[in-house]
Design a protein around this ligand. Sequence first.
Ligand code: NAD
Length: 665
Amino acid sequence: MADPQKTIARLRAEIAEHDRLYYKEAQPKIDDQAYDRLKAELAQLEAANPEFDFGAAPSPTQSVGDDRLEAFESYRHRKPMLSLDNTYSSAELIEFGQRLLKRFPEQALTYLVEPKIDGVAVSLSYEDGALVRAVSRGNGIEGDDITSNVRGIRGLPDKIQGAPTVLEVRGEIYMRHQEFERINAARAAEGQALYANPRNLAAGTIKLLDPAEARSRQLDIVLYGIGACEPGNYFSTQSEIQQKLKEWQFPVLEKYWLADDIESAWKCIEELDTLRQNFAYPTDGAVVKLNDFAQQEEAGYTSKAPRWAIAYKFEAERAETLLKEISLQIGRTGAVTPVAILEPVQLAGTTVSRATLHNEDEIQRKDIRPGDTVLVQKAGEIIPQVLSVNLAKRPADSQPFIFGEHLKALGIEAERDPTQAVWRIVSKDDPIRQQRALEHFASRACMDIENLGSAVVEQLVKRGMVQTQADLYTLTEAQLLELDKFAEKSAQNLIAALEASKQRELWQLIHGLGIPHVGKQSAKDLEANFDSLEAIASATEEQLEAVDGIGSIMAQSIHAWFADSDNQSLIQQLKAHGLNFESARQAQADGVLAGKTVVLTGALPTLTRDEATKMIEAAGGRTSSSVSKKTDYVLAGEAAGSKYAKAEKLGIAILDEDEFKQLVG
Ligand SMILES: NC(=O)c1ccc[n+]([C@@H]2O[C@H](COP(=O)([O-])OP(=O)(O)OC[C@H]3O[C@@H](n4cnc5c(N)ncnc54)[C@H](O)[C@@H]3O)[C@@H](O)[C@H]2O)c1
């Protein structure tokens, strides 16, 4: 029998380390369920052995995980931000209700059941209706000032009407699945460590020190609670909070339920489980709260969580299956990414036959080998991941997977990047690397060259007809006729498609060049801020970084790419072939908004933000997110906040939607 005192000490140290990785680094090593199991084990041992004294440090079972970092200013919450007790069992949920019934034997208990959003907690302070500060949960008492990374999150009002003098609004910052996949795909292409889920990526993003880098990742926010409120007595129930938050035009929960007893609350949770796939935000459970504030106050708090609420967490969908082989894929920049090829298995409503293995270090850490039986998880729309290996089912003759040897066996000449976990094909003459770069260039999201699929690219490279993107434009019909399955018609079609691609928009070309870190959105951001490809090529790192959405790493990468002599010669050749290098903005130089900067604020009566932005761009203008002396117009809708006030102060022309429409015709 293990010594319980030693086990408690070990578990506390282990959990403290997982807390550090999760809250401070946003890179946990184990998944939430495994973590929650460790914590439950510790709580049980502590309860059974109350006599052990471990000194002053509180146990992780008694305290709120701490996300504070040195580099940030700390702010004290007016009211503490606590965690929630959680359970994965419906029986424990019912017990929670029964405990409350004992406490309030004569009273009717109503519960509010809310989706539990899987993001990062935030507290927003509004003073006299204006957003003054955003603070992370921290240790529950004080948190980090993350205002610069939170202000400007879409839909978050800068100003609210008819609010109390002081208001702390509590909610969750989260990332949509699509944005998560976009960023991870870009990181994978660069061989950088991937984020395991949108929650970790959101947590990493709000703690970025570079606001431009943070802005280049799209965060969202939803608000569901109130901390401090002065004057008090503003609310008497949880459901009133929901209504008021909506009136104040905060992004709010799309659905919540009122339940008259804990059994009905459980029914609501079951309903939530069927609906949540269609919610905009990732959810990992439900939060059940006593609706009445007087009852909440009476039920009280532990050092870590309210006694009047509980989180019911949904189990992530997992299954065991056979890992048939580890396949190595090569990206457009030559990075080699390992992928698990699985015996197909049903998970979260889809058939899963591949899972990401991230990089060499991940394979080593988990000691994943071909022939292993592995535990695979799929949550929401996230790419399936291999969580662990079932060692009991490992074949006797199994061999560790040695990355470098497999590359050699496949004839791939790659080197491990000394600073990252990635193997990369270094030689630009490598035919596989050339193929990937060309496939990317020809793809829909780039130059959209019809009839130039992988099979054709492969032949062109293998026969030495094409090495770079520029070589594509030297191809003749006669040359194409040499290719397998090419007749006159298909050759003519491809030549015509190449010709048509010369007129693509500038962002499509930028994206197609395969500059490390530059995806579709960044390419668009570059086009919106420069007149031509040459202007981007000659921009300094500072000028690149000044672009909204371009962070320092991306600016460095773009600058280095254009400084490379091979790339410079590629650009010259593409220019000589007549590809469009001019930004649409430049082409619209004659528009009424040519050279003008417009700031959008508030909700417009009929136009969406996207539509208004397109109209501004079509008229030659550009949009910016903040009002300054350089702003020419502010297009203001309903509930326009501090930007409106600033524009008035600076004497900048303010347009409503009708005036704007007249202006751009
Ligand atoms: N994998 C790891 O290594 C690791 C390490 C530490 C923590 N964790 C995970 O984090 C959990 C503990 O984190 P926690 O303290 O943030 O607790 P929690 O995430 O389980 O619950 C509390 C949080 O829920 C959020 N929340 C979402 N929707 C809400 C709603 N409608 N109403 C109220 N709150 C809502 C709030 O941000 C609140 O702070 C653990 O149970 C574990 O799953 C994992």
